[in-house]
Design a protein around this ligand. Structure first.
Ligand code: C2E
Ligand code: MG
Ligand code: MG
Ligand code: MG
Length: 279
């Protein structure tokens, strides 16, 4: 902040900065303890084939319910973990945990995919491909059941990462572009990179029945995906109206509170028809 700023603005700026860093320092400290005590949890949200109405997979989502601070959103702690490097350790744990759970379902006769969110820092880390390989070897999950979700921010410099994409494809895992439409990448990544799935960002799905612009964007992403033979997943489906619009546009897959909220694995069971449902 410049000394020429008026006093009020200066004080305000200082105040918010100090608060932010106090909270960050506190969470950094707590995060170390939580990691040491193995207190992070994995929740799973169903991914549904919209036409057939069956669950084809789940997305693994991290949960931190802190003993003293209460529930802390991954939107808050993932950036902190990225900043202090603990994301590498966390990401490795998430991969193993999610693969192990998917292998368990596979062994029970329910081969469903598990989608794991991968941070940019983690993806660009020198050992990333080996970490994925290790998780598959350790858990014996057939690779085609693992989907890695990456965000468009990774694709700003695709030249640096193209090799990693091809190594991952060689392992047999699938790659999904998360939060599609909100990043900065150009559509040429769809030509140059082996992408298996596009996830339409929730911001487009929220209130889409009241926004012709949003519906038009969604429609065109689905069409693009279908034309390029890339699966499309709509995030954050909350109403029957959302669902029927998406089905009408031939969106293959969806996730959202209309189907299931994220829950721990032991709250998900298979009914008599082999469909994953909430206990
Ligand atoms: P994301 O990967 O885009 O995950 C989707 C988010 O939307 C999840 O929030 C999910 O709970 C939420 N969601 C799904 N359906 C609905 C719905 O119908 N309505 C509403 N209101 N929300 C819905 P969550 O679990 O809080 O995760 C937020 C973000 O944190 C994720 O966004 C992802 O970027 C990141 N994240 C979560 N787990 C991990 C992880 O294990 N590793 C990494 N690197 N990032 C993670
Ligand atoms: Mg995701
Ligand atoms: Mg997403
Ligand atoms: Mg999102």
């Amino acid at each position: 902040s410049s000394k020429k700023t008026n006093a009020g603005a200066y004080v305000y700026y200082n105040f918010t900065l100090r608060n932010a860093s106090n909270r960050t320092l506190l969470l950094e400290d707590r995060l170390q303890k939580v990691l040491a005590n193995n207190e992070l949890e994995m929740y799973y949200q169903a991914k549904v084939n919209l036409m057939k109405q069956n669950i084809v997979g789940v997305e693994a989502l991290l949960r931190w319910n802190d003993k003293s601070e209460g529930f802390i959103s991954p939107m808050e702690f993932i950036p902190i973990a990225e900043n202090n490097g603990t994301i590498i350790q966390i990401g490795k744990w998430v991969l193993e945990e999610a693969c192990q759970q998917a292998k368990k379902w596979f062994d029970e006769g329910h081969p469903i995919t598990v989608s794991v969110n991968v941070s940019v820092i983690q993806f660009k880390h020198i050992n990333f491909v080996q970490t994925v390989k290790d998780a598959l070897l350790k858990t014996k999950l057939p690779p085609q059941y693992l989907i890695l979700e990456i965000t468009e921010s990774l694709l700003i410099s695709p030249d640096e990462t193209i090799e990693v994409f091809h190594e991952l494809k060689e392992l047999g895992v699938k790659i999904s572009l998360d939060d599609f439409g909100t990043g900065y990448s150009s559509l040429s990544v769809l030509v140059n990179l082996p992408i298996d799935e596009l996830k339409i960002d929730r911001s487009f799905v929220i209130d889409m029945m009241r926004s012709e612009k949003k519906r038009s964007i969604i429609k065109n992403i689905i069409k693009l995906g279908n034309d390029l033979n890339i699966s499309t997943v709509a995030e954050g489906i909350e109403t029957e109206d959302d669902l029927s619009f998406l089905k009408g546009e031939l969106c293959e897959l969806g996730q959202g509170y209309l189907f299931l909220k994220p829950v721990p694995a032991n709250e998900l069971i298979f009914d008599g028809n082999g469909v994953l449902v909430k206990k």
